[in-house]
Design a protein around this ligand. Structure first.
Ligand code: HEM
Length: 215
């Protein structure tokens, strides 16, 4: 097998293009949706990242998943600040997980509890994406809805404790390459990564149904 970081990137490339060009993402980034759509999307992220990060404590010493658990990646507190800004102090009462989001978060929690390799697949799919395309989304969101640059509303996308994202991603890929897994387990992780992209696609679809373009 080639370097695992390469294999997993290549294996998910097609689905990445699908996610990028999904109707909801294109409409959101094309500035065709209101801030309410962005808010609903951010709420969905809150459910997913809680599942990812609630597991951090129990997985931090795990041989497979432990090396990936890094405090500078943690997003829940940032999402909560964004939602307080976007919705107001009562944001928790308004936050509802769409069915696709529920299924996604449940699967992350299940992997965290039962299968560290699967958890890594979900970790990779979200955090490496946030460090990459997330920065494009932040820039668009700031311009479209007038958030302060790197301020409230887009803090989810700001990794204040990662000064050099490119270097961080290189280190992350080295962790992937060194993962304590044999080839069969690596293949299973790749399959779970594809599932992770599917879950994201399903959330986008349900959001797209909630926010159709009237035109
Ligand atoms: C419009 C939305 C998106 C844009 C513009 C975008 C853009 C990008 C770009 C430019 C990169 C390459 C960064 C690099 O080579 O270092 C990247 C990487 C990545 N993105 Fe996205 N992305 C989007 C949505 C998503 C979504 C929805 C997911 C999954 C939830 C995702 C997951 C990833 C992952 C895992 C990588 C790392 C690939 C690797 O190097 O192994 N992206 N994205």
């Amino acid at each position: 097998m080639d370097a695992f970081s390469t294999v997993i990137r290549v294996a998910s490339h097609e689905q990445h293009t699908e996610a990028e060009t999904s109707t909801f993402m294109s409409d959101l980034l094309g500035g065709r949706l209101g801030v309410d759509a962005y808010t609903r999307y951010t709420e969905q992220l809150w459910f997913v990242y809680r599942a990812l990060e609630d597991a951090a404590e129990s997985l931090k010493d795990d041989a497979v998943a432990g090396p990936f658990i890094r405090p500078e990646l943690m997003r829940v507190a940032e999402i909560e600040r964004d939602l307080a800004h976007l919705v107001g102090p009562d944001w928790r009462e308004n936050a509802v997980a769409l069915p696709a989001t529920r299924a996604y978060a449940d699967r992350v929690a299940q992997c965290a509890a039962e299968w560290p390799g699967g958890y890594v697949a979900h970790h990779y799919t979200r955090y490496l994406g946030d460090l990459s395309g997330g920065q494009i989304i932040r820039d668009k969101a700031e311009r479209t809805w007038g958030f302060e640059r790197k301020g409230d509303g887009v803090r989810f996308y700001v990794f204040a404790d990662i000064s050099n994202p490119a270097a961080f991603k290189r280190t992350y890929r080295e962790l992937l390459d060194a993962i304590a897994a044999d080839d069969l387990e690596k293949q299973r992780i790749i399959d779970e990564c594809k599932r992770a992209f599917d879950f994201n696609g399903a959330v986008f679809r349900e959001l797209g149904e909630q926010f159709p373009l009237s035109a």
